[in-house]
Design a binder for this molecule. Sequence first.
Ligand SMILES: Nc1ncnc2c1ncn2[C@@H]1O[C@H](COP(=O)(O)OP(=O)(O)OP(=O)(O)O)[C@@H](O)[C@H]1O
Length: 288
Amino acid sequence: MENVIQMNDVSKSFKEFQLQNMSFSIKKGFVTGFIGANGSGKTTILKMLLNLIKPDSGQISIFGLDLQKHEKEIKERIGVVFDENILFESMSIHEIKKIIAPAYGGWEESDFQYYLDKFELPQKQSINKFSKGMKMKASLAFALSHQAELLLMDEPTAGLDPTFRREFLQLLRELMLDENKSILFSSHITTDMDRIADYITFIDQGAHVFTKEFYQIEKEFAVVRGNIELLDQDTEREFLSIEKSNSSFEALTNQVLNVENLFGEEVLIEKASLEDIMYFTKRRRAHA
Ligand SMILES: Nc1ncnc2c1ncn2[C@@H]1O[C@H](COP(=O)(O)OP(=O)(O)OP(=O)(O)O)[C@@H](O)[C@H]1O
């Protein structure tokens, strides 16, 4: 299967934060959800994919092209929606379009008008009078109107009301009918991922934890609850992270079969949510 993004051994050091030897790929033709706790490095990576932050070492290719050598060509083919607003706030949509549209060879005015209508956005009002949701919709309208093959979105659903969030996810699903399109989007709302993501890329404290197919995660991880007396040095090895109280424990495992064989009916085994996986990964780090 073809990759749309390939990160090879990418590192970046800020004063108080390091991205360490990041290597992962994002599959072409799919939606990948990008998850990680606050400050884990998601925005930094998304900015690196736009060459707004340059790696100290390592290599990034997008559409099979080296980002440093083919930046302009690559960026023409990317649509961007960022949480922090990168539109010019004192201008109207009409004014911004005059700057942005000529910059893209693939600009489709009819698509742009379609999205402005669909999102009910005024064209002549300055953006700083827009609500947060309207600004996000405006960013989206621009991102979707130049035939981008890759959409990079940093928390695109933040600030959207539940109804529009659903419509937005439905819109992404419609876009994905075109198998040449790929989406990488970060969100703290993990239920958005449940609705739309084919793959999940999970990072933690500047390190890549995994990139897996969503259904694989559901098969692989489970939360186990049981009596504390079931735990000893040997049985604890089956768990990635354990939370203990006086009488019981709750733990994350990626060895579901082993746990079933070991404990049988004595424990409760439930599918792990993305939130469970993120929570227990953080706990594991804190107790390492
Ligand atoms: N230009 C910079 N200079 C110094 N430190 C930076 C810079 N940009 C980001 N950082 C640091 O890098 C770390 C990762 O930040 P980043 O915004 O990538 O995380 P994130 O996963 O997107 O977080 P959130 O979910 O809260 O948006 C943070 O500790 C941040 O302070």
